[in-house]
Design a protein around this ligand. Structure first.
Ligand SMILES: [Zn+2]
Length: 251
């Protein structure tokens, strides 16, 4: 086989779409021709990159049909040029990008929702720093927890971490995401940490790693546990806030 015969068949070879005799002839050409071997390698790398880096969504039968039709047209028009493969792969890559884009609004939406809540909680924390930060002043978790009775439609878990250097200072009712949330206030030297707590849907997300958000010197760490969503907000440095939330998550 010559290079001109081999190159248009490289894609089909990768797909296992050519018969064994032809494949054997192609492979033996590849052993002696560095140009064709390099083209095959490049094709393989391109496929690998697409597979690794693009989110995968199954195309509808209709879309698959359109892509096949487009590819056949391109193959026909370009069958005599050496660049056929790259044009076809460009079309395939563009189609994959379009599929991915079509499927992303939902992900973008949930991402925005999280960002919105994160920003609201940061505002709530900053408001509290300026004005009243605690409605019930107590370092006793058995005083703070019952204080929420009747003020919230749920009873937040309250843990004191004084022995770990994060004393509970009290709590208040705050608002975020258009619903009341419990705010537990902890201290660390001169820093305040607000831990916002509200019910989450079921146990889903308990095993997820904590989500992080940082803005203007404030850090936020969010997690879920036992049917509740938690977000800790503070101007405390990231390492100490992480240590604090690790303690709280593991209680
Ligand atoms: Zn060759």
């Amino acid at each position: 086989m010559t290079c001109d015969e081999v190159k248009p068949l490289l894609n089909a070879r990768l797909d296992g779409e050519i018969d064994p005799a032809q494949a054997a002839a192609l492979d033996s050409h590849m052993e002696t021709c560095s140009s064709c071997a390099a083209d095959l390698l490049e094709l393989e790398n391109l496929r690998f990159a697409i597979r690794e880096e693009m989110p995968y969504y199954k195309a509808s039968a209709d879309l698959r049909g359109q892509v096949r039709l487009a590819l056949r047209g391109a193959e026909y028009l370009d069958s005599r040029t050496r660049r056929t493969d790259w044009r076809i792969w460009g079309a395939v890559a563009a189609t994959l990008v379009l599929c991915a884009l079509a499927a992303t609004p939902f992900l973008v939406y949930t991402h925005n929702q999280h960002q919105l809540v994160a920003e609201e909680l940061l505002s709530a924390h900053q408001r509290a720093l300026i004005g009243r930060s605690v409605d019930v002043i107590s370092s006793d978790q058995h005083t703070v927890k019952p204080w929420f009775n009747g003020k919230l439609p749920f009873s937040p878990p309250v843990t004191d971490l004084a022995s770990d250097g994060f004393p509970l200072e009290g709590g208040r009712v705050d608002y975020a995401g258009e619903r009341p949330v419990a705010a537990l206030v902890y201290g660390r030297r001169l820093h305040k940490i607000d831990v916002f707590v509200w019910p989450s849907a079921g146990e889903a997300g308990d095993k997820d790693p904590p989500a992080r958000f940082a803005r203007n010197g404030y850090n936020e760490i969010s997690w879920k546990k036992g049917g509740f969503s938690f977000t800790a907000v503070s101007d405390l440095n990231d390492a100490e806030l992480t240590a604090f939330t690790d303690l709280l998550r593991n209680r």
